[in-house]
Design a protein around this ligand. Sequence first.
Ligand code: SF4
Ligand code: SF4
Length: 402
Amino acid sequence: MSDDKFSAYLSPQQLIEIDACTRCGECLQFCPIQDVTGRPSISPPEKIRVFREFIRATEGLKASLFGSKVIDKQLLEDFTKAVFECTTCGACGQHCTVGIFTQRLWPVLRKEMVRRGIGPIGEQAKMPDAIATHGNPYNKPASERFYPWMPEGIEIVERAHLAYYAGCTGAYSAQPMVRGDVMVLSALGEPFTMLSAKEEVCCGFPLFISGQHDMLGGLVKRLVDAYLAKGVKTLICSCPCCLNIMTKDWPIYYGKPIPFNIRHITQHVAEAIKAGSLRLSEGLQERIIYHDPCYLSRGVGVIEEPRFILRSIPGIKLIEFQRYGKESRCCGAGGAARKVFQENANAMGRQTIDEAVKKQADRLILSCPACYAQVNEAMKGHPNKIVITDIMELLSYRIMVK
Ligand code: SF4
Ligand code: SF4
């Protein structure tokens, strides 16, 4: 790999994508970050154009004939900010008229800017050290990973075919959600195992998405080998970002296919309800609106399972956002951007709340810890209020019977 090549990390497909953007503008109306900031420089076609210019100026035909240009430092910094301010929600790619897979493209552009020492931004730069020291990007003690939320009486066996991975965001920032997860898994009756609080380190997604890839191989190997040592055949997680990196990128960093299945908890529980392993008795007379997390719907296509679970609850009327499923609108939580660009994230979260309130929903259901933490954060000081509940939290506390 030549050190000065902007295209160094791009796959052949992504090189074509960078050239393919026609600037048709179709994606603009779906970009939440462009919407809340109103800045065209942050738009998908503009980011693609600027990066294409970087490539052309340094390694295109002109560059080979007349020599490579030095790119202006301010331009590099402005581009880096734009590409890190994006939530990587992927809505632009979903609507792209030429099929550019942006949810995968943006992280590669971030990785390039990290290699050049311009990214990441602010708090994001502290994540590798925090993960190396404590196993999580929040710099919280590993000893606190499980104990504040793990309910008493939940049996976690030493070895089992089924394992549950809580994940850092769930464990430290969305505790009602992970508590609900283990309560539902426990009610299903199949023995399940977990790694210890020290062994269960970050899945690598925050590093992947912020372009800081150096530690990924070590984290993945450590986790996969630990689950294999426990005889695991199916690993369950509830964080869509964990699920994305586990299913798409773990095999790359592990160097071969992951020798067990990895599933989102809604897939596992929907199947259990269909098989009659989970009886939902007590109803809930409410209008419920479900927000599809970007990395669950667009990322891995889990759309129907959460809805099946919610429709299984007697009395519930499930209503939809104007944009749902693969079209879902980002709540502001994604792309490791919410801690750095908090105002943007809150503005997006408030749009989610406002639409839910306008549709007269009694409750907003989420199925992602980052969404859970962010939408709750966005509601602080916001005049519109709605009850926010994670999908497993809803099952565990209100209507589930063993
Ligand atoms: S990924 Fe989402 S926030 Fe980023 S440019 Fe595309 S639509 Fe906008
Ligand atoms: S929809 Fe695709 S081709 Fe059109 S401007 Fe957006 S990224 Fe470019």
